[in-house]
Design a protein around this ligand. Structure first.
Ligand SMILES: [Zn+2]
Length: 69
């Protein structure tokens, strides 16, 4: 019997739960994006080309927040 390493409950598949793995991945990507944003905004001061990319990241984060609440 396998214990899911993410939620620590028993998994019937012999591996971590797929939704736990998926959730963990989304969380890690969010953390990654949050860490990158200040850097990108700072760069944005020097280049207008980065504006669209930063906006897309901010939109992505606000969508994630909506989904969690
Ligand atoms: Zn799990």
């Amino acid at each position: 019997m396998k214990i899911c390493s993410i939620c620590h409950r028993i998994s019937g598949t012999g591996d971590d739960h797929l939704d736990c793995v998926q959730k963990r991945r989304v969380e890690l990507e969010d953390e990654d994006l949050k860490n990158k944003i200040p850097e990108k905004i700072d760069l944005g001061k020097n280049s207008n080309d980065l504006g669209v990319e930063v906006r897309a990241i901010l939109e992505h984060l606000s969508k994630e927040k909506d989904r969690q609440s």
